[in-house]
Design a protein around this ligand. Structure first.
Ligand code: F6P
Length: 342
């Protein structure tokens, strides 16, 4: 009987449990596999830390956010002898292959381990929707809906107090969450990392909205930057994959807008609220389909692949291709949103 290890790495997002459930349910029922759950991303196989992962363990987890396996941003290639420790634990625990659920960093590690002979199938996970090889990743739709609901609520209070409300959303170096939430929520202006903004222009849009007796909502992606300016960061800490912690642009923007318009501006940072709670129906279905197709790839011995959404089909793409390029917002998509600015 084949024993399959499963892990979730990187930032959590709604839908991870739906993938785990689908992998285990189909793996046991259709392919007769046995599963080992690795705890806390790559930390699990690195330390040999496991938990039971059978049909009983995945009952009732479809609507639950987070991940029953836990997650971390551990990079085994930044740890002396890390990769060797992983292969040793896999052998010791009789694990024949891994299903790895993660974003570009987690899958990047999977691709390197694959080169060392570990059988790996990847499932794309990123709230930011910034993996080029797949049309959508699960977690994104939930984050957009949470941000849209927040914007709807902020509209009414902004109007009552004649204020500007700046909403800072996640997305790292891609503006997908800001673009979709801003369009769905009818933002006055949307600012993305892909297009450095002119603060004078932003203030002019805000002013125009006030003139129509309507209060402006500015949606800003955490990675957005002003023209010819430095990215505004809370601190310069980097994680094990070298990423800086973003955040702080919303506060800066509100101060700048307030001083230019003479009207009060406040900031709301949605932060991890966008990653919490139950996944939308879209994310549950996408995550479930990814899980079903991933375990079929394991059954076929089609390792070194990642499942991906292309149109409405789930396909398999090489892991290396999956992590090669970041998917950012193209200019023409921004142009569509711009029609509604001001
Ligand atoms: O990649 C997902 C994400 O939520 C980004 O949008 C954000 O920049 C980052 O993770 C935050 O990570 P952490 O929770 O580790 O601070």
């Amino acid at each position: 009987m084949m024993r399959i290890g499963v892990l979730t790495g990187g930032g959590d997002c709604p839908g991870l449990n739906a993938v785990i459930r689908a992998v285990v349910r189909k793996g046991v029922a259709t392919h007769g596999f046995e599963f080992v759950g690795y705890r806390s991303g790559w930390k699990g196989p690195l330390e040999g830390s496991t938990r039971t992962l059978d049909i009983g363990a995945v009952r009732g987890i479809l609507p639950r956010g987070g991940t029953i396996l836990g997650s971390s941003r551990t990079n085994p290639f930044k740890i002396e002898g890390g990769a060797e420790r992983i292969t040793a634990h896999l052998a010791e625990q009789r694990v024949d292959a891994l299903v790895v659920i993660g974003g570009e960093d987690t899958l990047g590690v999977a691709a390197k381990l694959q080169e060392r002979g570990v059988g790996v199938v990847g499932v794309p996970k990123t709230l930011d929707n910034d993996l080029n090889a797949t049309d959508y990743t699960f977690g994104f739709d939930t984050a957009v809906n949470i941000a849209m609901e927040a914007i709807d609520r902020l509209h009414t209070t902004a109007e009552s107090h004649h204020r500007t409300l700046v909403v800072e959303v996640m997305g790292r170096h891609a503006g997908w969450i800001a673009l979709h939430a801003g369009m769905a929520g009818g933002a006055n202006v949307i600012l993305l990392p892909e297009r450095p903004f002119d603060i004078e222009q932003v203030a002019a849009y805000v002013d125009k909205r006030f003139q129509t007796q309507y209060s402006p909502i500015v949606v800003v992606a955490e990675g957005a930057t002003p023209l010819a300016g430095q990215m505004v960061l809370k601190n310069q800490d980097v994680d094990a994959f070298g990423h800086v912690r973003l955040g702080g642009i919303g506060q800066w923007l509100a101060e700048q807008v307030e001083s230019r318009t003479g009207k009060e501006a406040r900031t709301v940072v949605l932060g991890h609220i966008q990653r919490g709670g139950t996944p939308t129906a879209f994310d549950r279905v996408l995550a479930t389909r990814f899980g079903l197709h991933a375990i079929d790839a394991v059954h076929d011995g089609d390792f070194g692949k990642m499942v991906a959404l292309r149109g409405t089909d789930i396909v398999r793409v090489p892991l290396a291709e999956a992590t090669a390029e970041l998917k950012t917002v193209p200019l023409e998509r921004y142009r569509e949103a711009e029609v509604f600015f001001g």
